[in-house]
Design a protein around this ligand. Structure first.
Ligand SMILES: Nc1ncnc2c1ncn2[C@@H]1O[C@H](COP(=O)(O)OP(=O)(O)OP(=O)(O)O)[C@@H](O)[C@H]1O
Length: 247
């Protein structure tokens, strides 16, 4: 169940900056996303795509404007908002001897729900098992995370965020480490999640494995949104390219 019928993500005239940076990175961004939307955020390197996801996740200071997720202001009520947000980050690097198994890393997605110093329940483990199965990781659930390939680790992080039962799912370059077949599998899974009413927002430079459904295309340039429109998946690449060239 999602937490709202109307706009589940609302950014209004938002400006954000990194700690210590002289200039804002996100400039005057207004964006509204409804439950069940599948959003592709594109644009050139350095355009502010990751920064936009971090802004929605409440990880950056908002110097002007407001960001609401599931009715929570992500700055004033950040803990409540972040409990509802799954966020698969772009850059991760597990040391080969990181002392956690796949199952333990996925279980970390439940920590916000389990609560401080409490033990996980059988329901938590059911969610973990289900997420592991959804990502096809069952044969490696007892393996150490650091000994997996980059693509396998990426799938574990997606599973971790699914185990969280998010009401909004953000993914930064979810296809970057994945082979073509796995991209299509992950894409189908993300499509099912969106179809279930959870908005899925991905930052991507790869448009060859998008699900066969309406896609909202958001193109960024120099920290601003220069295009925001619904599209057929086969048109997404051209839309991103032409908007970036014209800007
Ligand atoms: N931690 C940081 N501190 C200061 N500036 C940062 C930080 N991270 C990113 N930036 C700056 O913010 C701008 C936008 O970066 P961002 O990572 O959002 O771009 P992007 O569109 O996701 O790029 P890419 O496609 O290369 O991943 C860049 O100019 C970058 O230098």
């Amino acid at each position: 169940m999602t937490c709202g019928k109307d706009h589940i993500i609302q950014l209004k005239e938002v400006w954000t900056t990194y700690e210590g940076a002289d200039l804002p990175v996100i400039k005057d961004v207004t964006l509204r996303i409804k439950p069940g939307e599948f959003v592709v955020i594109g644009g050139p390197n350095g355009a502010g795509k990751t920064t936009l996801l971090e802004t929605i996740a409440g990880l950056l200071p908002v110097v002007n404007g407001s960001v609401q997720v599931c009715g929570h202001d992500v700055i004033k009520d950040g803990c409540a908002a972040r409990k509802k947000i799954g966020y698969v980050i772009q850059n991760f690097d597990f040391h080969p001897y990181t002392p956690f198994t796949v199952e333990e890393v996925v279980l970390m997605g439940r920590y916000g729900k389990i609560g401080w110093l409490k033990r996980h329940s059988s329901r938590d483990m059911d969610k973990v098992t289900s997420a592991i199965n959804q990502l096809g990781l069952s044969l490696m659930q007892k393996n150490q995370i650091g000994k997996l390939s980059g693509g396998q680790q990426q799938k574990v992080l997606i599973a971790q965020n699914l185990a969280k039962d998010p009401e909004v799912l953000l993914l930064d370059e979810p296809f970057s480490n994945l082979d073509m077949v796995t991209r299509e599998e992950v894409s189908r899974l993300l499509c099912q999640i969106a179809d279930a009413g959870i908005p899925v927002l991905i930052v991507s430079h790869a448009f060859d494995a998008l699900p066969d459904r309406d896609i909202r295309v958001v193109v960024m340039q120099h920290g601003e949104i220069i295009l925001n429109q619904l599209s057929h998946p086969s048109d997404v690449g051209n839309l991103v390219r032409s908007a970036s060239v014209a800007a």
